[in-house]
Design a protein around this ligand. Sequence first.
Ligand code: PEP
Ligand code: MN
Length: 280
Amino acid sequence: MREARKRLEAGLRLTARRLHPEDTVIRIPRPDGTSLSIGGGRSFVFIAGPCAVESREQLLATARKVKEHGAVLLRGGAFKPRTSPYTFRGLGEEGLRLLAEARARTNLPVVSEVLDPALVPLAAKYVDVLQIGSRNMQNFPLLEAVGACQKPVLLKRGFAATVEEWLQAAEYILAAGNPSVILCERGIRGFDPVTRNVLDLAAVALVKQISHLPVIVDPSHATGDRQLVAPLARAARALGADGLMVEVHPEPESALSDGEQSLSIREFAELTAGLAMGDS
Ligand code: PEP
Ligand code: MN
């Protein structure tokens, strides 16, 4: 075994498969009293929705359609961590309120990013899963704040974080008392802008071996290009990921953020149908 892997595994406690051989299955309640399960190898879940909640019409239309085509969890950013402060940064609490309305109308649980430890209780009032974005993977007060909360957490890998740093970030959440963490690989910085990031599929395979936590893949942020989403989604499925997070917009060309990587409803339908065809 490689030295780096030995060192990484030796440093893990609560996330380590060595100490917890069974896969963790995260259960997320739905309004109708049933629940969604992520992890455990029984199913491959689709998390889908717009990059950002832009309006009631946009969100409800997307929610209904992604559900029709196989999504089990609705995504939508209300607080957006944008590179430029002059771009659309989300609707804030109104976005969270719209997500809760979409959940009530579709029975789909919802996930949204939280940027600020002080706003964790507000987000937890509205959403079912709290997302920690790539830019905040090592925001330790934020990790502790979601760790103190009982809602499941979707922890994205920092785009310049090692696997060890990523799993140690998950350790922060578990050590703070929250066992429900879903890891999400979303690409790391490489040197070639043509594929935007490098989707680290080897890391997904490795983390599935050394940790019991569910691991999903986000091919949208990994590539920034909707034409690359389906092939990478197929690869993620083939190597044993627990699901996908994909950006979908009813009119990608007019999206207020990440339009180039957002699938149209038709493209999302083709993606899920294509992956279902591969089901045995
Ligand atoms: C997102 O999923 O909305 C997002 C901002 O992704 P990331 O943190 O991976 O860049
Ligand atoms: Mn986005």
